[in-house]
Ligand binder design. Structure first.
Ligand SMILES: [Zn+2]
Length: 379
């Protein structure tokens, strides 16, 4: 620990060495306790020097500029906005109001939006009821008929604000949409931003999307129009619970080895292709995430990418591995009234923000995102 060095006891040359060690270790005196609920910004630590330098090409630098369009305060503000609708439990007026609010934000950034309508039968009832969810689309300039789906689930439970589960993943998808909005960013292929409903009741919203639209993939409609209502699915990236990696047993602060968990499902038809997609995300994290590393795992479960995993490369990003950690009490706020905006510190929000950097950096490569006017170099 650099702050244990007694400078008074050191001759000058050793003093210089000590300073050099401090600089190389990336220590910046930021290990102090962090405030909750969006108080002063205090990342847990910098991993830049731990991860080591990765040489960047001109194309990588262009990608870095796109990732830099993400804004930490905007991400937090989107989570806070979602928490104003409480836990957004499916079937409630606050859930419907949150769908409206999400759609209004997406439209405000210039996106064309669409709703998926489906029927859901609540537990204990035998009467199906109508439900809705919204998505927005960034149409590809060169290959509009192929797309990546980036998603989170906007419904929650627990009686609190569902800030982490899954306000954090919903806001992540929205913040990436905001960062890519406007005519100054073009993508060769299409991106769809999906905010699923009814995740907490059994992935019903994502399942409805697959049931209604899998068969429509890649069909030009009307013929010759260049329009593809359902572009062919190239990959699906789900985000669910992005903020909290406090170890297990749980500690007060974000764990020093907190990371973004990228999972695919080994027991799926597309396992090998999904592992490749996960690797693209892992590499993107190493090059473009500012504070937290990522790890890969192969037991994706209980999330909206599950209905896609036999059809298309599918991965899930989380604060912890779902089965081994979340399922073993790694997050005491999960589905509880304490899943509130004020429960989380900036170090927590920063983990979700690093997942946003990871996904945007990966997708920017996959869809060939570019700033209009910027010349593509290097590749
Ligand atoms: Zn969730």
């Amino acid at each position: 620990m650099p702050n244990c060095i007694d400078f008074a006891q050191l001759p000058s040359r050793s003093l210089l060495t000590a300073f050099a060690l401090i600089m190389l270790s990336g220590w910046s005196g930021e290990a102090a306790a962090q405030g909750r609920g969006g108080q002063s910004e205090r990342p847990a630590r910098s991993t830049r020097n731990i991860l080591g330098g990765v040489p960047m090409s001109a194309a990588d630098s262009a990608r870095q500029k796109i990732v830099a369009r993400l804004d930490f305060d905007s991400y937090k503000e989107l989570i806070r906005g979602l928490t104003e609708f409480g836990d957004r439990e499916q079937g409630t007026p606050r859930n419907a109001a949150a769908v409206d609010w999400i759609e209004a934000q997406l439209q405000g950034w210039g996106y064309e939006t669409e709703r998926v309508h489906y029927m859901f039968t609540p537990r204990g009832s035998d009467t199906p009821e109508p439900r809705e969810q919204v998505f927005a689309t960034k149409w590809g300039s060169d290959v509009p008929g192929e797309m990546y789906i980036i998603s989170g689930h906007m419904d929650g439970r627990g009686g609190g604000e569902a800030a982490n589960d899954d306000g954090s993943g919903t806001a992540l998808v929205m913040e990436i949409a905001r960062a890519l909005s406007g005519p100054e960013i073009e993508t060769a292929r299409t991106i769809r931003f999906a905010l699923w409903n009814n995740e907490e009741t059994g992935l019903n919203g994502a399942r409805a999307y697959v049931e209604q639209r899998a068969e429509l993939q890649g069909i030009e409609d009307p013929a010759g129009s260049g329009r593809y209502p359902e572009p062919k699915w190239l990959g699906m990236i789900q985000h669910d619970m992005m903020l909290w990696d406090h170890g297990n047993p749980v500690t007060f602060n974000q764990a020093l080895d907190a990371d973004v968990d990228i999972e695919f499902q080994l027991n799926s038809v597309m396992a090998a292709e999904s592992a490749q997609l996960a690797l693209v995300l892992l590499n993107a994290n190493r090059m473009f995430a500012t504070d937290y590393p990522a790890v890969m795992s192969n037991a994706m479960s209980n999330t909206d990418s599950t209905p896609f995993m036999d059809l298309v490369p599918s991965v899930s990003l989380r604060e912890n591995r779902r089965l081994y950690e979340t399922g073993n009490r790694a997050n005491p706020h999960w589905h509880q009234p304490t899943d509130l905006f004020v429960t989380f510190s900036d170090a927590d929000f920063r983990l979700g923000f690093n997942a946003a950097q990871t996904t945007l950096a990966a997708v920017a490569k996959l869809v060939e995102a570019r700033e209009v006017g910027a010349r593509a170099e290097g590749n």
